[in-house]
Design a protein around this ligand. Sequence first.
Ligand SMILES: Cc1cc2nc3c(=O)[nH]c(=O)nc-3n(C[C@H](O)[C@H](O)[C@H](O)COP(=O)(O)OP(=O)(O)OC[C@H]3O[C@@H](n4cnc5c(N)ncnc54)[C@H](O)[C@@H]3O)c2cc1C
Ligand SMILES: NC(=O)c1ccc[n+]([C@@H]2O[C@H](COP(=O)([O-])OP(=O)(O)OC[C@H]3O[C@@H](n4cnc5c(N)ncnc54)[C@H](OP(=O)(O)O)[C@@H]3O)[C@@H](O)[C@H]2O)c1
Length: 362
Amino acid sequence: MASAVSAIVSLPSSKSAAISTRTSLITQERVSFTKVPYYKNVSSNVKSLSIRAQVTTEAPAKVEKISKKQEEGVVTNKYRPKEPYVGRCLLNTKITGDDAPGETWHMVFTTEGEIPYKEGQSIGVIPDGIDPKNGKPHKLRLYSIASSALGDFGDSKTVSLCVKRLVYTNDAGEEVKGVCSNFLCDLKPGAEVQITGPVGKEMLMPKDPNATVIMLATGTGIAPFRSFMWKMFFEKHEDYKFNGLAWLFLGVPTSSSLLYKEEFEKMKEMKPDNLRVDFAVSREQTNEKGEKMYIQTRMAQYDRELWELLKKDNTFVYMCGLKGMEKGIDDIMGTLAAEDGIDWVTYKKQLKKEGQWNVEVY
Ligand SMILES: Cc1cc2nc3c(=O)[nH]c(=O)nc-3n(C[C@H](O)[C@H](O)[C@H](O)COP(=O)(O)OP(=O)(O)OC[C@H]3O[C@@H](n4cnc5c(N)ncnc54)[C@H](O)[C@@H]3O)c2cc1C
Ligand SMILES: NC(=O)c1ccc[n+]([C@@H]2O[C@H](COP(=O)([O-])OP(=O)(O)OC[C@H]3O[C@@H](n4cnc5c(N)ncnc54)[C@H](OP(=O)(O)O)[C@@H]3O)[C@@H](O)[C@H]2O)c1
């Protein structure tokens, strides 16, 4: 049985791009496991580790791994570089202010439902043109999907991206433009775009609708979390009603680079008890020691609270964006763990194994 909800959502800094979204809902198929494994809880000084043991006298059967993430029905690599899906750009809007350092664009492509992606997956884009270095077509670049599986129009027929235009000065002092990001940011509505994928399973959402979901993003690393949060707060699903805690930390250089801020404020108005949002604006804010406000600096202000949340079996951490953030976050967690006599590296390994620590940084 399907049901529907209407949500009016506006794209952040765009004056004109208000999207009226009518969301229709599809019941997802659930896979039931026939073998029910026996769990034995073994206490250690680290964490209560769930060790799976087979209660049988027969030859040991292969134990099925039950994922805590929404992996059922996830499709990967439906479209490959040799035969990409050709979609069209429906809209493309700059979502950073004119005074922001660099431009980030939000864009929507048609898929006609042919790219069956889930929240947390990515797609590949093959930019038009030839690579002058080898005379061959350009290689694909990956982009995290910024829309929920239903898409920004709620009809499961579009996919959205959040792309930063790469421009830098090389050693010779020349301005160099990144091939694919500039191709995408310059796309006009109606233009064709070659898409591959979907790909990726690391960033899939937790199954548990009562989970605590801690989302750590720098810049365009916000993409998968916008996708999560649309599903959690703007949509109605028969098999998923979010009633846990979503806590977003977003690091950006200036307040004019804050991405999707209005959407997150709207979500908070709708469900204030289920959402926390903390921004770290690195070039405008500092901590009490006068240090630059990076995402890990903001997190440090809540360190004990975050650490307590991490001890719960249904807390899931997701990290996306700049590679540099990973070390900063590890450093905070390492200190907190050590205070409790816990080795962070071992603890993190266990969290990763349980699908509770998920990282996609580049
Ligand atoms: C899984 C995944 C998801 C991603 N998701 C997103 C996303 O959602 N949004 C997004 O914007 N990007 C995302 N990216 C990054 C994206 O794939 C591209 O790498 C990015 O857009 C740059 O591609 P380009 O073709 O514009 O640049 P290219 O033409 O490929 O140029 C990039 C190259 O330029 C060089 N370079 C870059 N900066 C400098 C510098 N400052 N100085 C000197 N050399 C430099 C480096 O050699 C670099 O490899 C993601 C990457 C991955 C792996
Ligand atoms: N799935 C993925 O893997 C994925 C998805 C999306 C994006 N990305 C990648 O994520 C990156 C995002 O870049 P962007 O240009 O969009 O971001 P941006 O707008 O430049 O913002 C990045 C923020 O992170 C800060 N920062 C710099 N070094 C840091 C460090 N070591 N630790 C914590 N914060 C740090 C920056 O501060 P200052 O500039 O003030 O130093 C800035 O505030 C890109 O490299 C993109 O390719 C990856």
